[in-house]
Design a protein. Structure first.
Length: 118
């Protein structure tokens, strides 16, 4: 089991930037990928970005491509989500997640609120 602790959410204005962090502990040797998801009120949880732990390959949702950057610090077992040019529609609870070798998202953080005012 991997435990995840997120930080960095908050209230910002449209156009501002914000960085989320997520640190993993426990069975970190089993991490295949880490990702950020978000869930807005009344909407389904969606994948925002993910990074493969060994290769560093990244994937972004179309809605965040070019504005968000996911990165990792393998030594610290930490993944970051740098969010630039934030929009009100980016408002959501952001969750960090870990995928193991099966490729399924097995472990989740508690979520951190990001609110972007217009």
């Amino acid at each position: 089991q991997v435990q995840l602790e997120e930080s960095g959410g908050g209230l910002v204005q449209a156009g501002d930037s914000l960085t989320l962090s997520c640190t993993a502990s426990g069975r970190t040797f089993s991490i295949y990928a880490m990702g950020w998801f978000r869930q807005a009120p009344g909407k389904e949880r969606e994948l925002v970005a993910q990074i493969t732990w060994i290769t560093g390959n990244t994937y972004y949702a179309d809605s965040t491509k070019g504005r968000f950057t996911i990165s990792r610090d393998s030594a610290e077992n930490t993944v970051y989500l740098q969010m630039n040019s934030l929009k009100p529609e980016d408002t959501a609870v952001y969750f960090c997640a870990v995928a193991g070798n099966r490729g399924t998202w097995d472990s989740w953080g508690q979520g951190t609120q990001v609110t972007v005012s217009s």
